[in-house]
Structure formats: structure tokens, C-alpha cells
Design a protein. Structure first.
Length: 318
């Protein structure tokens, strides 16, 4: 296994397909790994492939690639789909499972955000080099994933994004997963690419039902009618995991309570990280870490003066 330290440098550029994708975050060190099949750290789920995934490229925690559940869906997700994807991401984290998805807009990004907000691990599988920021709206999210989980690719560093690579990466998402959960998708949809790979690999599929009047629920409703696990509650989620013999950790209620304490602190008024630290009786470094997780999950927003507030702070309830 080849290990390197990658610095996300301010104003560092990677050129791909004629466009510039810029790392806009402050400098920080993230571990880069190149793991060849058979080496220590290589995901056990990929060992059964004869000619595929001979080497994988990883930014972040290699250990995040074990005990994965895929949470996928449409880029054009509805508010319902976004909320459900985040919720399932939180459930996975609560029971020690890594959320694996493709970091695309919509359901994918929401599932990553849910896992991060709950303090769990999440894995973004990209159709480009693991060091390329794509899509462009995911810069901050990818930074958080690299710090708290892993960014993974079967393509060499700095490989540019291409449409066919994103179809191919769906096989890697399915291959890493113990279970694939479809939140929302229309028919036809690229989501079926991952589902078909899962079926070929013997990975079970679950889906979240939705309104018969919503085009975004056509795919999950069809999958359920064809025999996929139906997820309508945390109990259904846990049942599906049990039936697939997925090893679950005891629920981490401490992480949930820490998150709730911070949200309570921000409910009254916007606060700086220093003020959050005093309210929650933690040091400033821990306060910043918790704030970053909630911001990446879309639960809080940055205001002027370096203060943070709940996403809906200041809105009048009707």
C-alpha cells in the first residue's frame, strides 16, 4: 500500500475537461492511499473480482470501506427524498455502518450529509480521480468526507470526470455494499445501473416507497413490487440489515445527544464557535468540529461576523 499526505492547498487548481475545479478550503492534510488487491487494507468485499479493481485510490480513512450500505437516488430529488436520504444516512451512522454513495446532487449528497451530521463515516465513490473535486458544488462536502470517511476511485489521480466513468463507478458502489437502498428515482434512471450491478453481485436491494403521483417514486415503488425490501421506518431498516446478516454496532446515543446540545445552543440566536464552546462546555477545537459536521449536513448556516445559526433561524412559522 502506497501512502502519501495530500494537502488541500488554498487556491490549488486541478484542470479537468477544460474547466477549473478549485480547492477553496483552508489548507489541511488528508491521507492518500493506493492499495493493490491483496495488500493490507484492501476491502474484503472486492477480493472476489478476478480482473476488476486491481488497484483503488483513496483519500481519507481506508477503514471506512468496511461495513458499507449504499444510499442512492435521483439528482432531481424532491424535498421528501432529500429528507429521507439524510435520515437513512443518520441511521447507518447510529449503528456503525458507513454510507457509500456517489456524491451526486440530490439523494447522494443528502445521504453523505446525514452520515456526517450523525458523526459517522461515509464513502464517496467518484467517476474521476479521487483527488478531483466533482461535482463542483460538492467542494465543502468532499472536504468533510475526506476528513471523516473516504473518497474512493478505481481511476488514477487527476483522472478527469467522464460520463462513462460514472456508469462504471456504480459497479464499485454496489461491490462495496452489504445492502443498496434506493430513495428516489424516476423510470428510466441511472439508479438502475447500480441496482443491476447489485443484482449481478448478489447484493440485496431495498427501497423507500413514495406517492404514486410522484415520478421520483416510480423506481422505488417498482423495486418494492418486484421484491425489494420496503423501508418505511427505522425498524424496517434494521430488519433488512438483520436479514442480510449485517453486523450492527450498539446505537451511539452519545453522538446524538452532543448534536442536540449544539442545536439547542443555536436555537435562541446565532453564535460564534467560542460561544458554542462555552455553552456546550467543550474546547474550541471540538466546537469547530461539531459545527463543521452540522454545516456539511445542511442543518446550520454561516452568518456574518463568524456566527452560525439554524438553517431556518428567523423564519416566522405560519
Amino acid at each position: 500500500m502506497r501512502l502519501m499526505s495530500l494537502i488541500f492547498a488554498k487556491h490549488s487548481f486541478i484542470e479537468t475537461i477544460g474547466k477549473s475545479y478549485m480547492y477553496k478550503e483552508i489548507p489541511q492534510v488528508v491521507l492518500q492511499s493506493e492499495i493493490v488487491k491483496g495488500e493490507a487494507g484492501y476491502p474484503h468485499k472486492l477480493m472476489g473480482f478476478d480482473r476488476e479493481f486491481e488497484k483503488i485510490y483513496i483519500q481519507g480513512d481506508v477503514g471506512a470501506l468496511e461495513k458499507c450500505v449504499a444510499v442512492i437516488g435521483s439528482r432531481k430529488a424532491t424535498p421528501y427524498g432529500i429528507k429521507i436520504a439524510r435520515l437513512i444516512g443518520e441511521w447507518c451512522s447510529e449503528y456503525g455502518l458507513s454510507v457509500v454513495s456517489g456524491c451526486a446532487r440530490g439523494c447522494d449528497q443528502a445521504s453523505h450529509e446525514g452520515a456526517l451530521a450523525a458523526g459517522g463515516k461515509t464513502v464517496a465513490v467518484l467517476g474521476c480521480g479521487a483527488d478531483v473535486i466533482y461535482p463542483s458544488n460538492a467542494q465543502r462536502l468532499l472536504r468533510a468526507i475526506a476528513q471523516q470517511g473516504a473518497i474512493v476511485s478505481e481511476y488514477d489521480w487527476q483522472t478527469p470526470p467522464a460520463k462513462y466513468r460514472f456508469v462504471q463507478r456504480n459497479r464499485l458502489i454496489a461491490a462495496l455494499s452489504e445492502l443498496v437502498i434506493v430513495v428516489e428515482a424516476s423510470i428510466p434512471s441511472g439508479t438502475f445501473s447500480t441496482v443491476n450491478h447489485a443484482n449481478d453481485l448478489g447484493v440485496s436491494v431495498a427501497a423507500v416507497p413514495g406517492s404514486i403521483f410522484s415520478s421520483m417514486s416510480l423506481a422505488p415503488n417498482r423495486l418494492i413490487s418486484d421484491g425489494a425490501y420496503c423501508i418505511t421506518s427505522k425498524k424496517d431498516f434494521l430488519t433488512a440489515c438483520a436479514l442480510e446478516n449485517i453486523d450492527l454496532d450498539e446505537p451511539n446515543n452519545i453522538l446524538v445527544e452532543e448534536q442536540n446540545n449544539l442545536l439547542r445552543a443555536l436555537r435562541a440566536m446565532p453564535l460564534t464557535p467560542e460561544e458554542v464552546a462555552r455553552y456546550c462546555k467543550i474546547n474550541i477545537q471540538e466546537a469547530v468540529i461539531r459545527i463543521n459536521k452540522l454545516e456539511a449536513a445542511g442543518k446550520i448556516v454561516r452568518h456574518s461576523g463568524g456566527k452560525f445559526a439554524l438553517l431556518d433561524y428567523g423564519k416566522v412559522e405560519e
